[in-house]
Write a protein that binds this ligand. Structure first.
Ligand SMILES: Nc1nc2c(ncn2[C@@H]2O[C@H](COP(=O)(O)OP(=O)(O)OP(=O)(O)O)[C@@H](O)[C@H]2O)c(=O)[nH]1
Length: 320
């Protein structure tokens, strides 16, 4: 007799800072909801505010794991968060958005540990890659970010080569070759805004993680993560900011700041905006959050000067 599989499927979204994980998460939610399925989200952020959560519909149950990375400092908390979420919300599917600096094997390890106590069906990992950023890191071939991105790529069973709108056709080919070299088993799906065929993606990744073939490079030498090279800086605005000055400030951010996001009030408009800065591209979105959200900016990068940044941000503010 075959018993129905009642375990809750768990999807892990991996990928470097700003690659498009939240964008993919939104696609998943929009895919499952009309099918009558109830997804729940575990959102992990290294900073102490969950700005990505603002992009997810309010009715989606969400556990926030802030101020640390589930691959190391708050790894132990994952099982507790997951069990709470499953007990309270009884979701049909759980989706975990790891931080952009997470070592994917350690995240997998944390989920596998949770699966010892909870009926979970761990789905093969999906890695989102920012095409232009991949090219830049691959050309420089150095730094911990390069190695981390490589590890994230090696662990993906499906790799979404995202932001192909920002590379030439020839460069997209170069990206595919690189990905194919670093991970010989993964399916590579090029995308703009993670707009992929989710039916196909889910079917292709419906085997259990036990069946997943990992790239040979995978079995060797993935060292325990250290995030010492990563700098996270959070700044709370007290006043409004001039939008032109803000844009100039963003344009001149040092290259070792990979990611910025936050909520700002501009002097020249009544609305509040969520800004997103990822690999030198700035996006804004009008927001009107239901809950209290401070005006705040979070920057993530490698060894940048927090004090210098704080001074610049202070100068931008027009205090009453
Ligand atoms: N040009 C372009 N921008 C994109 C694409 N996909 C996502 N973005 C933008 O890239 C930025 C980062 O996207 P997110 O989905 O928040 O990335 P993330 O991986 O969740 O970021 P972190 O969680 O902070 O690591 C946002 O401003 C997105 O709108 C794409 O295909 N092309």
């Amino acid at each position: 007799m075959i018993y129905p599989d009642t375990r809750t499927p768990v999807y892990i979204l991996s990928g470097f800072l700003g690659s498009g994980k939240t964008t993919l998460l939104q696609q998943f939610i929009n895919y499952w909801k009309p099918k009558g399925l109830r997804p729940a989200v575990i959102m992990n952020e290294v900073g102490d505010v969950n700005l990505d959560g603002l992009l997810v519909q309010n009715e989606i149950p969400m556990a926030e794991m802030l101020s640390g990375c589930i691959c190391c400092s708050i790894k132990q908390d994952l099982a507790v968060e997951m069990s709470e979420l499953i007990r309270k919300e009884k979701p049909d599917v759980v989706i975990i958005e790891a931080t952009g600096i997470a070592n994917p094997m350690e995240v997998l390890d944390a989920v596998a540990e949770a699966a010892l106590y909870l009926p979970l069906r761990i789905q093969p990992m999906i890695t989102v890659v920012d095409a232009p950023h991949l090219l830049e890191l691959a050309h420089s071939q150095k730094g911990k970010s390069f190695r981390l991105m490589q590890d994230q790529i090696r662990c993906g069973s499906t790799i979404i080569l995202n932001k192909v709108d920002r590379v030439e056709h020839q460069e997209q080919q170069e990206c595919r070759e690189l990905l194919g070299r670093w991970n010989t088993f993964a399916r590579i799906v090029p995308a703009i805004r993670c707009n992929v065929d989710l039916d196909e993606l889910i079917t292709a990744s419906s085997q259990d993680i036990e069946d997943v073939k990992l790239s040979p490079s995978h079995a060797t030498g993935l060292v325990h993560p250290s995030h010492e090279h990563v700098t996270v800086f959070t700044y709370y605005f007290e006043g409004e900011v001039d939008s032109n000055q803000f844009e100039s400030f963003i344009k001149e951010l040092p290259r070792d700041i990979y990611r910025g996001k936050g909520v700002v009030n501009f002097t020249d408009t009544a609305s509040r905006f969520l800004f997103q800065y990822a690999y030198r591209e700035l996006d804004y979105m009008k927001i009107s959050p239901d809950e209290q959200v401070p005006n705040v900016a979070v920057f993530i990068g490698e060894h940048f000067d927090k004090q210098a940044l704080a001074k610049q941000l202070e100068k931008l503010e027009i205090k009453k």
